[in-house]
Design a protein around this ligand. Structure first.
Ligand code: IPD
Ligand code: CA
Ligand code: CA
Ligand code: CA
Length: 275
């Protein structure tokens, strides 16, 4: 399997979708076409259009691959390669024209993520990770091809919990909000401060780049975290769930080793297993 080609395809496709989304957004706000778990959990026509574009581009080159996309569901493939796609991570930011939204594309081979790409058009940044080859941050003006000059993101190390800037998110669903607030009251007094960007994969890239020290969230799905997890890991961080579990809906924590364990141990008695 040519992993470098999978990476090139993911970068080109994420960038094309990101540019299309930025251009459409500049022309006016998107239309909310559906709500999911609650009236505030929205889907716009642009979420769907971006996912269609991404799947079409990848299928044109790799017709046998499988897909898991937030808006398109799961399609089994025959090649062992599966693409995990969040066409807009941060749909509410996109709706309000706040800059932190991204296109997230991961390529998995036999279930293992080997490529992760997060394109953040309004920051002019593309984060790219290939398993075993490190993570890169490619800066570009919005709408312009990323500069080949790549920076190497690294997680912040040696930061104790009480000095950590911690990102988090609050998955949609009215029934979850009180619990999320309860967990937050246990975390906020113990850390430097909290940030809520509104995009899980932007948060994970911020951890990778040292703009946040850590991130945690309950309720995230594979499409939210697949690319970001590899980017954090290849930037020297650790990503996981509770008690050694894989990251996922129960809990996802990302941070440098050391801080990861401190945050994990803080979250565990705050009962993140109850929603
Ligand atoms: C959401 C964002 C948000 C997070 C939610 C996600 P979406 O994804 O990542 O930051 O808190 O859990 O569902 O719906 O904008 O793709
Ligand atoms: Ca969504
Ligand atoms: Ca998402
Ligand atoms: Ca989404």
């Amino acid at each position: 399997m040519d992993v470098d080609r999978l990476c090139e395809l993911a970068v080109a496709t994420a960038h094309e979708a990101g540019s299309m989304l930025a251009e459409e957004r500049a022309g006016g706000g998107p239309e909310v076409v559906q709500t999911k778990s609650s009236p505030t959990d929205i889907v716009t026509q642009m979420d769907r259009a971006a996912e269609r574009l991404i799947v079409d581009r990848i299928r044109a080159e790799r017709p046998g691959d499988g897909f898991l996309g937030e808006e398109g569901g799961a399609h089994e493939g025959s090649t062992g390669v599966r693409w995990v796609i969040d066409p807009i991570d941060g749909t509410v930011n996109y709706l309000y024209d706040l800059p932190d939204w991204a296109v997230s594309i991961a390529a998995q081979i036999d279930g293992e993520t080997v490529v992760g790409v997060v394109d953040i058009p309004r920051r002019g940044e593309t984060y790219v990770a290939v398993r075993g080859q490190g993570a890169r941050l490619r800066a570009a003006e919005p709408g312009v091809s990323p500069d080949p000059e790549a920076r190497t993101p690294r997680v912040n190390t040696g930061v104790p919990l009480n000095r950590a800037l911690v990102g988090t998110g609050f998955g949609y669903g009215a029934d979850r909000r009180a619990h999320q607030a309860g967990v937050l009251t246990g975390v906020l007094p113990r850390v430097r401060d909290i940030r809520r960007s509104g995009s899980c994969c932007v948060d994970m890239c911020s951890v990778a780049a040292g703009r946040l020290d850590a991130y945690y969230e309950r309720g995230v799905q594979a499409w939210d975290i697949a690319a970001g997890t590899l980017i954090v890991e290849e930037a020297g961080g650790r990503v996981g769930g509770l008690r050694g579990a894989a990251p996922g809906p129960e809990l996802t924590i990302a941070a440098a080793p050391g801080l990861f364990e401190e945050l994990h141990d803080l979250l565990l008695p705050l009962d993140p297993a109850r929603d």
